[in-house]
Design a binder for this molecule. Structure first.
Ligand code: NDP
Length: 507
């Protein structure tokens, strides 16, 4: 009996040039259904027709509830910093020049699987590093922050980016209503409405872990880190009108651009960098280092070079390798860990849950998701158990039959918690500064960028009720009076009226 291969090479279209049914039976006629005479009805004996129709009816799997539209490619990470061992034992950083294979998937967030690539939206930036000690998934975005900092609000926020429950249309009212009532979103809204809200394809944007993660060295010391992936192609964005135009000309602009460039041998590259904060600093730093709506200013935490990432191979089959790719932030390797970021903790649970729903319980053994190093788990069975399902080896542990054992070397680092009280703590009471960093970003923009920011915001804000405009413009004003004034003017409102109404004082 031939060995069952997990690399898909025994899948369809790998025969001797002749077609078979799914069960391997040679097919004699794939042009004509089996009928009672030339004009008669079809008979139940036509196994081929029914197999084809039944499989066709099951071709679609649930699309991702967010990040449904995406593009991906394979490549390599090369370590360039000889000093990474100071921070981590993770094998992929152990020597300069060391190469680790990787898969990347970029995406838009709010649109459906058939939506346009150039929508104003954050972009997903997910990387799976196939290391020799398991997969490291860096599931980031092209923005260093996010709209909310408590996962209890995530589903509500995403509903506002999807379709109105009655009209089934995208709704500026839903978006601005939620944002104006959730001012922690201001920083990300400012990035989204800036030129960076419409990147010119995936090659010309940065990626960020956004969350804080940790690194652990051989002395068991922990460092908090934020990852940055800086495009070597340079940042390029569509202007709002170009992005709108492209939606009509080529819905799949980013897919075409990424696939085409790799196909031509123009391999996109990113430099990989990290910001590092010691555990002691994390306790006293004036910004909560685990707040997903904040960055760590570069002046305090400069970027440290780590390596280079290159994409150099297109997928052979989009569905098998990109649609079925399952990234999950819980996949970290020895020498790495998490952080107390609430949003991260929810994602540790939510991503594998979403994959089980979308791909089934054995999603991790699909070839694109399986580790490329040897692995030895005791999980067995379940829907679509691929490969030999562990063969005759024991399926329980401990056992006395030579099955794989735990290795205490890899036990997670212990965490000491200060004695603390569990409760639904209101983060707004402890940090209500939603304005400084969004304001810093606004003040960094050149005057023409600021004008485009006003115009991009006004496109949708001008469509919503005045009371929502008032609240939101008040928030912009608190970031910077010129920000509030610029937006008010762009939507045809008088800032004095709005600010006087709300008795706002610039922060
Ligand atoms: P810096 O002047 O050291 O850094 C500013 C950074 O802002 C740049 O390095 C660039 O990051 C990024 N940037 C430039 N233009 C835009 C834009 N239109 N949209 C989004 N990002 C842009 O100052 P700070 O570190 O003190 O940060 C100031 C503000 O810059 C922050 O409040 C934040 O809004 C933004 N920012 C900060 C980042 C950080 O990690 N510190 C990262 C990204 C943005 P890059 O090279 O990564 O593109």
């Amino acid at each position: 009996m031939a060995e069952i291969k997990q690399d898909g090479s025994n899948g369809p279209a790998h025969g001797d040039g002749f077609m078979t049914s799914d069960a391997g039976r040679p097919v004699g006629d794939n042009q004509n259904s089996m009928t009672v005479g030339p004009r008669g009805p079809i008979v139940g004996d036509d196994f081929l027709l029914f197999e084809k129709m039944a499989h066709f009816n099951r071709e679609r799997i649930p699309e991702r509830v967010v990040h449904a539209k995406g593009s991906g490619a394979f490549g390599t990470f090369t370590c360039t910093n000889p000093a990474m061992g100071k921070y981590t034992t993770a094998k992929l950083f152990e020597a300069v020049g060391k190469k680790t294979p990787l898969l990347i998937r970029f995406s838009t967030v709010g649109g459906e699987k058939g939506s346009a690539d150039t929508e104003r939206d954050p972009r997903g930036f997910s990387i799976k590093f196939y290391t020799e000690e398991g997969n490291w998934d860096m599931v980031g975005n092209n923005t260093p922050v996010f709209f909310v900092r408590d996962p209890l609000k995530f589903g509500d926020f995403i509903h506002t980016q999807k379709r109105d429950p009655q009209t089934n249309l995208k709704s500026p009212t839903m978006m601005w209503d939620f944002w104006s009532l959730s001012p922690e979103s201001l920083h990300q809204v400012t990035i989204l409405m800036s030129d960076r809200g419409t990147p010119k394809g995936y090659r010309f944007m940065n990626g960020y872990s956004s969350h804080t993660f940790s690194l652990i060295n051989d002395k068991n010391e922990l460092f908090y880190v934020k990852w940055h992936f800086k495009t070597k192609q340079g940042i390029k964005n569509f202007m709002a009108e170009e992005a709108d135009q492209m939606r009509a000309t080529d819905m799949d602009y980013s897919q075409r651009d990424l696939f085409g460039s790799i196909d031509k041998g123009e391999f996109p590259k990113w430099s990989v960098k990290v910001q590092v904060m010691t555990e002691a600093e994390s306790k006293t730093y004036h910004i909560n280092p685990f707040d997903l709506t904040k960055v760590w200013p570069h002046a305090d935490y400069p970027l440290i070079d780590v390596g280079e990432m290159e994409l150099n191979r297109n997928p052979k089959n989009y569905f098998a390798e990109i649609e079925q790719a399952a990234f999950e932030p819980r996949n970290v390797v020895p020498g790495m860990g998490f952080s107390p970021d609430k949003m991260l903790q929810a994602r540790l649970i939510s991503y594998p849950d979403a994959h089980r729903y979308r791909l089934g319980g054995n999603y991790q053994s699909l070839p694109v998701n399986a580790p490329q190093c040897p692995y030895a788990t005791y999980n067995r069975d379940g829907t679509m158990a691929l490969g030999d399902n562990g063969g005759s080896s024991p399926n329980y542990e401990p056992n006395s039959f030579g099955g794989p054992k735990q290795n205490p070397r890899y036990t997670e680092r212990k965490v000491t918690l200060d004695s603390a009280t569990v409760g639904r703590w209101d983060h707004r009471e402890h940090d209500g500064d939603y304005y400084t960093q969004a304001g810093n970003l606004f003040r960094m923009m050149k005057p023409d960028e600021q004008q485009r920011l006003f115009s991009n915001i006004s496109g949708s804000l001008s469509q919503v009720e005045k009371r929502i405009q008032d609240l939101q413009v008040g928030h912009f004003y608190k970031c910077d009076p010129q920000y509030g004034e610029g937006v008010a003017k762009a939507i045809g409102r008088d800032i004095k009226e709005i600010v006087a109404e709300k008795e706002l004082v610039p922060a």
